[in-house]
Design a protein around this ligand. Structure first.
Ligand SMILES: Nc1ncnc2c1ncn2[C@@H]1O[C@H](COP(=O)(O)OP(=O)(O)OP(=O)(O)O)[C@@H](O)[C@H]1O
Length: 663
């Protein structure tokens, strides 16, 4: 072909602002764009061969090669795909002044949007100019009698085209890196980027550092394969050993001499061209899922279970969602959902496609139909994207409810680990909440799992619509013992997510009330007494305790508990406690709760207890103050941990009481 010099039919006002804009996002994305073009070119050629349009050489091995050189500061991406004729280079590479770019600029000119926008406008190839001063293409089309084309452009709007000496079908793109981008020809960096974007691309990808001598390995001659590059052949000496037999030293041969070959290390593809999610669930074994999980998420722990998504209609979507142990108490639970478009990595955790609560899981989703190269703000309003997101939510709910129905044993086994996720999902997603409604279970004091309905049924007799619960088995043990002694059940709700969750349940189920075991002393724990009977003692005790504790505002409630071993307890109404919890959460701890209408704790005194009775009868007794203080602290202790100061006082007082006893 005649040499050709021309101007790209774009102008710099047109394309370079887009490329510059893109500059703000990840530069490494050029690897993805160029390698996915190379994979596409190979996929297309394979199709042409299938329909008889191309006769492929017998020994064809389709692959993409990435050659890096730190010495030359170059990256080459070489494929044996369908290649391009000079007309095609003209059409696909030179004439990029498609109306799309202008329309795009018009639409986005006011937005600093750094999302994946380029690919959508067919600018993938030009991403090379984010990192390179100069780019060349050498390409030979598969078409009969095609001549090879050399194209080069130094980042301006001029290009040169001439004949190329390329003799094999395919395309070789060379990037001459700019000063800021040398890192991309560093072997480690290149490997990292390729692993990020190309780990599951559908054509084998090999990387080679051309500055380095090829690495070699020694193998036994019989393992030599046809494609191996032999460096040298040698014989490994026999391995012998000295042994003593009948008092005589002998040399015996442990391993015979062996013929060996030194070969260049066989190239290893850095990607898995048939990732697990592309297979049919029937073909996949448990070990496959676990191995895939370890490899992709670098998580040494085992996932609890998983969902394999596999759907062709009405849209194409495949993927695997793993349920890891989800602990929202101590670590900020955050999963990773990797999104792919035809095995090309797009991004992690795209909230527009994956419902937010699912981001607590780990998984991969491949959706070729997604317009993923469009900006995220466009995705947000895309009805199709919403459908995908709804589908994923539905599948997750189906899996969980199915497991609850048919494999309750495992469901219960996993429940403690997955319930924060499910509850969070219910709070975040109304549809998910509806679907999961009947499959939320609660652990009770006997470690049995009940649905809300079952729990209400159990307590129906005396406490219609009220569910008692425990948030801390240790702290609330005294209350729990009372509940157990009286055969009243309570649920264990000890995760942070439980508070908002039960509030939402109360909102949805009219009349339903959750009450923590220490919110009030239930009537069933008390003896029936006549109010007047307690009036006298009540006034006396209130006065004595207020004085002894030097606290005028103390709320005291005197009652007769069936269990006379208990001297005192603290109660805090459900409403007040929730208010205080909320204040703590918003960092307002230490403020006076009464400001918000929460009047705090009540000290419940048991008139049946001997010590309390003693205080009532001896308000001026020598040790009455000491008893009051101790009774109060004991009640506090059974309710929540004491402050450091209170604990110190409690310990020194306890010692003093023992001294008194020892006298
Ligand atoms: N390695 C290659 N082999 C053959 N043709 C190629 C190669 N790279 C690019 N092309 C041709 O150039 C065209 C433009 O590539 P470019 O990456 O700019 O956009 P695209 O691939 O069409 O769009 P997108 O990046 O959104 O997929 C391609 O559609 C393809 O026809």
């Amino acid at each position: 072909m005649a040499k050709e010099h021309g101007s790209l039919s774009i102008n710099s006002q047109n394309i370079f602002p887009i490329i510059k804009k893109w500059m703000y996002s990840d530069h490494d994305i050029f690897y993805r764009e160029l390698i996915s073009n190379a994979c596409d070119a190979i996929t297309k050629l394979k199709k042409l061969s299938l329909i008889g349009e191309y006769e492929e050489p017998d020994d064809i091995e389709y692959k993409v090669k990435v050659e890096i050189s730190s010495k030359d500061k170059t990256i080459k991406i070489i494929d044996n795909g369908l290649g391009m004729t000079s007309e095609e280079v003209n059409e696909y590479i030179n004439q990029i002044a498609f109306s799309g770019a202008e329309a795009f600029l018009e639409q986005y000119k006011d937005k600093t949007n750094d999302d994946q926008i380029i690919g959508h406008f067919g600018l993938g190839f030009y991403s090379a100019f984010m990192v390179a001063n100069k780019v060349t293409i050498d390409t030979l089309s598969y078409k009969k009698d095609a001549t090879a084309v050399h194209w080069e452009c130094d980042g301006g709007t001029d290009y040169d085209m001439s004949d190329s000496d390329k003799t094999s079908v395919g395309t070789e793109i060379t990037l001459y890196l700019n000063d800021d981008s040398y890192e991309f020809c560093n072997e480690y960096k290149a490997r990292e980027v390729l692993e990020k974007y190309c780990s599951f691309m559908p054509v084998e990808i090999f990387m080679e550092n051309v500055d380095e001598e090829p690495k070699t390995v020694d193998i036994p001659e019989e393992e030599l394969q046809e494609k191996d590059v032999v460096v040298k052949r040698f014989t490994k000496d026999a391995v012998t050993e000295e042994v003593e037999e009948d008092g005589e030293k002998k040399t015996v041969e442990k391993e015979p001499a062996k013929k060996m070959v030194t070969i260049n290390k066989r190239p290893e593809a850095l990607n898995d061209i048939h990732p697990l999610w592309t297979k049919h669930p029937n073909e996949c074994k448990k070990e496959d899922y676990i191995e895939f999980y370890h490899r992709v998420f670098k998580d040494y722990k085992e996932p609890l279970f998983w969902i394999h998504l596999n759907m062709d209609y009405p849209f194409n979507l495949k993927g695997i969602l793993y349920f890891p142990k989800i602990n929202m108490e101590y670590e900020s639970a955050e999963g990773t959902i990797k999104l792919y478009n035809n095995q090309v990595f797009v991004a992690d955790n795209i909230k527009e496609v994956i419902p937010e609560f699912l981001l607590l899981l780990k998984g991969v989703i491949d959706c070729p139909d997604l317009p993923l190269n469009v900006s995220r703000s466009a995705l947000q309003n895309d009805g199709f994207v919403k459908k995908i997101s709804d589908y994923i939510t539905k599948k997750v709910a189906d899996k969980l409810s199915g497991m609850c129905k048919t494999d309750r044993e495992n469901y219960e086994k996993y429940w403690d680990d997955i319930n924060p996720f499910i509850k969070y999902g219910c709070l975040k997603d109304e549809k998910f909440a509806e679907k999961m409604n009947d499959y939320i279970i609660f652990k009770n004091l006997d470690n049995k799992y009940l649905t809300l309905k079952e729990a209400l049924e159990e307590n129906k007799e005396n406490h219609e619509n009220t569910i008692f619960y425990v948030t801390d088995m240790q702290e609330q043990s005294q209350y729990i013992n009372m509940f157990k002694a009286d055969n009243i059940d309570a649920l264990i709700l000890d995760n942070r997510i439980d508070q908002p969750f039960i509030q939402s349940l109360e909102g949805k189920n009219e009349g339903l009330k959750f009450s923590r075991v220490d919110a009030a002393i239930d009537d069933s724990f008390k003896e029936e007494v006549n109010e007047d009977e307690l009036k006298d003692i009540s006034e006396k005790l209130t006065d004595t305790f207020k004085k002894a504790l030097n606290n005028d505002k103390l709320n005291v409630n005197v009652t007769k508990l069936k269990d006379d071993n208990i001297s005192s307890m603290i109660t805090l109404s459900e409403q007040d406690r929730r208010m205080q919890d909320m204040m703590k959460m918003y960092g307002m701890a230490g403020m006076d709760p009464s400001m918000f209408g929460a009047n705090g704790q009540t000290l419940v005194l048991n008139a049946n207890n001997k010590l309390v009775d003693y205080v009532a009868k001896n308000p001026e007794g020598e040790n009455t103050k000491l008893f009051c203080e101790q009774i109060y602290d004991l009640a506090l202790l059974a309710h929540a941990p004491l402050s450091a100061e209170a604990m110190t006082a409690f310990i020194s007082r306890s010692n003093k009481i023992m001294e008194l006893l020892a006298k």
